[in-house]
Design a protein. Sequence first.
Length: 416
Amino acid sequence: MQASPTKPINIEWPTKDNSRVPFIVFTDPDLYDLEQKVIFRGPNWSFVAMELEIPNAGDYKTTWVGDTPVIVSRNAEGKIHCVVNRCAHRGSTLLFDGTGNTEDFTCVYHNWRYDLAGNLQSVAFQHGVKKVGGMPADFNVCQHNLTKARVETFHGLVFVTFSDETPSLSDYLGERMAAHIARVFHRPVKILGTYSQTLHSNWKLYMENVKDSYHASLLHTFFSTFKLNRLSMEGGVRVDGDGAHHISWSKRGTDSAAGTDYEKAGELRAVMDDFTLADPTLIRSWLEYEDGITHAIQSIFPTFVLQQIQNSLAVRLLIPRSVDKSELYWIAFGYEDDTAEQYDMRMRQSNLIGPAGLVSLEDGIVGNFIQRGIRRETDKSAVLEMGGRVVEDQQSRVSEAAVRGFWQAYRTRMGL
Ligand code: FES
Ligand SMILES: [Fe+2]
């Protein structure tokens, strides 16, 4: 039976507010299927690419919106298109190779050919062979285009949506989220490298982690030991879009640990005062932006992340693979006019992030720690009361407000 978005699946939410999250939302395969329809094919903007990845006419990139395979491409006029990577004939996947350059999309199976906008151009043997066979006379090529997504770009970031009801991208982002993207992309950037990693956890556990400003200096011993990011720094959380989007930020130059739990030796696992770096150049940095913010993580619902960790800049795209598996794509970047020294510092700091990063490897596994723990606990719930039970801006990062915001946005969309 097909569940409807308004009364989807029988999941009891323990509280009206978002201070409890039933574990079953991370393990229920029917809910996962419904998310694909309601969230990823519904009225939300999904990040798919940086324009820099497809700079020339004919460039394309294969990726996913949720678990729907798509092709993002730039046509001869420079316009960016996004289509489902599925032939309109019998459904074969069209492109397999990640990135490339082409004049058209030709399906391997029966050679139907599409332009980069997804319009069917030709059908092999449409009129048969020697007037025998072929398509019926009333077959209309124009009615068999690829499934197209709407495309909008903002500061070189390409977002797409399959719904006509999605508001404009600027309305969807809102002023503050747009301003933060503009802050980072304020001058031309260049890609330093890309990589991906498999996460053995539900996609929502990673998005919770990204929005969880409480964990950063507790899970990540590297952050607290080398004082790169601690809750004793000036910082806060902005929550926008009905809870859907967030930014957590801090200023390293304002750290003042006196009178905080960081001073109580032995109480916090994360503080290892007797550790030093054999090569301190690993974390050598400079103040990147005039506002003094040295650490800023932004998430745009559902699965886009923009990262500034000191001078390590990256966008991350999370792809759900199944109810308990996801893939995380990273694009690390710097600015076109970086000096050689700045480039060197960015590359060294990149050791903090990515699948084996001194910080990020912990984010990659902690979702699986949860996934393992909750497997048979489908009637239990997570507790989200740090910073109260509200979904609003926070003056402190000792808060789970942005995580509650995610659930507020999720529940509204899913009708839960
Ligand atoms: S499935 Fe693509 S041409 Fe037949
Ligand atoms: Fe983290």
